[in-house]
Design a protein around this ligand. Structure first.
Ligand code: ADP
Ligand code: MG
Length: 599
């Protein structure tokens, strides 16, 4: 389908409906076209929609009020599939605000839904059956395309960023691509201009690593699709009343008013829908401490993966899984990894902790490094909260519009990574595995921040976003205790803890025979003192318990790399980690031989 070729005419032209219960509709008129000959049908007056009908008994024409003036400006079908037909409505509501809403025709089957929503939006419907007929019979000439998710869409080489109220794109036909939904999203509101946001909010983030980084991370949400990046989250954590929520509010003001900030007190089911409604935008969840640890673990996966849980429909078949791409931010008092641990001692997996990067919020004055002349952190926080409540919702749109003209985003992203690495302390410049993946997340934020500065949206100096990302990366590294592979460290610590806890009670001394005095309860294996060192011969069942939460393959790999376990060649010539251990007192067992003093 070619949007560009669609007819520009917005006149409505409805074919007669034969056999309808109501009188035959001859025409529906656009507001400015007065009925000429015909006196039967829907007529949009200045403030109302009327239905003109011939009274059977008197033969006179009478006008029935149907609703407040609600125009149907176009019909639309899905950009990709051509299905999912709908209508675009436009009206001025009781608060004098212009509202455009693209509804799916499928919802006309239950007219209450649409009418309820319209009333909530400040329109009025006086005659429900007639109004439903008005919608049902409309076949406007103007032909739009629609999508069912906000965010980036690509079609025939063209890029669009669709929002509930506006579509960005380098094309004359961008306004003909609309977001179609059962409910009109009021997520994005705006006040003031981008310049005002820059001068009254953005500028004051300058010199503040956490503020700049969080804002940059927020803007990076719109860069995920163009740079082929995956979802990423940060958790700004630290003690109470240091300004974490203040940062969250500043981030919210990039997109909308303070209501954009969400509370963590939400079910995961609701959160999935919320996440989907923020596709390609920034999801901010304040006060993560309120989330129960189990939900926190699931949230980390769900938001990080960008996919909801698989669920069954009532009929037993699998529901289509909700997908979304976004950056997100939590604020909390403790690192996410610690929070997840509170779920009955569950360990945060490396997957989870890389999906939400724990960044200590505390800097110099609470979350702030510099106070821009304010006497205290509290005063500066108050100022930022006030300003971000006055100027909001424009910056992200301008960011998207400006970004559309940049071709080589991926290349520039790579260059930013180099720039960021060079800004790091020397010992952090060579990263491996997880830390390198995390660095990619910091890079994309740094790039978004630098781009926004280049577009004149932030009021920061060139390089400040890279600096802030570097400072926060370093803080992240310190929080997790080193940039090397964290997963492996955790596993080795767990094995050591196991031996220290159970070494004596659950490992039978191989030289001692079992008697009633020294019976090993719940045996995990055997041990033997050799040249002053205990060697542990761990049975398969004990080994499994020892590396609980990790795979066998990973456990063996890490233990071998740590030098605690040696692989041996078996009779078939394979290198294997377990071996047969014979002892005079206990017979033969297949065991893993561990020596923790080796390195
Ligand atoms: N950096 C700071 N230093 C001192 N007090 C602060 C600071 N930031 C915020 N406050 C105080 O804490 C209150 C709560 O701020 P908020 O941003 O919600 O903090 P948090 O989310 O860290 O608890 C503010 O009203 C302010 O009085
Ligand atoms: Mg708070």
């Amino acid at each position: 389908m070619n949007i560009q070729n669609k007819n520009k005419n917005t006149e409505l032209d409805v074919k007669p409906v034969q056999g309808a219960e109501l009188p035959i509709f001859e025409s529906i008129y656009t507001p400015d076209i007065k009925p000429k000959e015909q006196k039967i049908g829907f007529i949009l007056e200045k403030n109302e929609l009327f239905f003109y009908k011939k009274d059977d008994s008197t033969g006179k024409i009478k006008a029935i009020p149907v609703s407040s003036r609600i125009e149907i400006i176009a019909k639309q079908s899905d950009l990709y599939s051509g299905g999912n037909a709908g209508l675009t409505l436009r009206f001025i509501n009781m608060f004098e605000r212009e509202i455009k809403w693209s509804i799916p025709r499928s919802s006309l089957a239950d007219d209450r839904k649409i009418i309820t929503e319209l009333c909530g939006l400040g329109a009025s419907v006086y005659d429900k059956p007639l109004f439903n007929n008005y919608l049902m019979t409309a076949n406007p000439i103007s032909d739009f395309s629609c999508v069912d998710s906000i965010g980036w869409h690509r079609y025939e080489g063209r890029k669009f960023f669709v929002l509930p109220h506006v579509t960005s794109g380098n094309h004359t036909d961008k306004d003909k691509l609309v977001y179609q939904s059962n409910l009109l999203s009021t997520l994005f509101k705006s006040k003031g201009t981008t310049e005002e946001w820059r001068d009254h909010v953005g500028k004051y983030c300058g010199g503040n690593s956490r503020l700049i980084f969080a804002v940059s991370h927020g803007l990076a949400s719109m860069l995920l699709e163009p740079t082929g990046s995956t979802n990423g989250g940060i958790n700004l954590f630290g003690s109470s009343s240091i300004g974490k929520t203040t940062i969250a509010r500043v981030c919210a003001s990039l997109f909308s008013d303070p209501s954009y900030l969400l509370s963590c007190r939400t079910t995961d089911n609701a959160l999935e829908k919320t996440a989907q409604s923020h596709n390609d935008c920034f999801l901010i969840l304040d006060e993560a401490a309120q989330m129960n640890p189990k939900t926190m673990g699931e949230t980390a996966y769900m938001l990080g993966n960008g996919a909801a849980k698989e669920r069954m429909k009532s009929g037993g078949e699998l529901q289509e899984v909700m997908k979304f791409r976004l950056n997100f931010m939590l604020t909390g008092e403790i690192p996410t990894s610690q929070h997840i641990q509170e779920d009955k001692g569950q360990r945060a997996t490396e997957g989870q902790s890389i999906r939400i990067l724990d960044i200590p919020a505390g800097s110099n004055h609470g979350v702030f490094d510099t106070l821009h002349g304010f006497k205290t952190g509290a005063e500066f926080s108050k100022f930022l909260v006030e300003q971000s409540g006055k100027y909001y919702g424009t910056t992200f749109l301008q960011f998207i519009d400006s970004m559309l003209s940049i071709e080589d985003l991926r290349e520039k992203l790579k260059e930013t990574k180099e720039r960021l690495i060079n800004a790091l302390p020397e010992d952090l410049r060579t990263m491996e595995g997880q830390a390198d993946r995390a660095l990619d997340r910091f890079t994309i934020a740094a790039y978004a921040g630098e781009l926004a500065t280049q577009f004149g949206l932030t009021g920061w100096d060139d390089g400040e976003a890279v600096w802030a990302a570097g400072v926060c990366f370093e803080a992240w590294v310190i929080t997790r205790g080193g940039a090397d592979n964290q997963e492996e460290k955790k596993l080795l610590q767990q094995v050591r803890d196991f031996i220290e806890t159970h070494g004596e009670s659950r490992f039978t001394d191989i030289t001692q025979s079992n008697n009633n005095d020294s019976k090993t309860i719940n045996r995990a294996g055997f041990r033997e003192l050799k040249e002053g060192e205990w060697i542990y011969y761990v049975l398969a069942v004990g080994f499994k318990e020892m590396h609980k939460g990790f795979t066998n393959v990973m456990a063996i790999k890490s233990l071998v790399e740590a030098g605690w376990l040696q692989k041996t060649r078996n009779s078939l010539g394979c290198n294997i980690a377990s071996k047969m251990k014979k002892s005079a007192k206990h017979g033969s067992h297949r065991v893993y031989e561990l020596n923790l003093s080796m390195r």
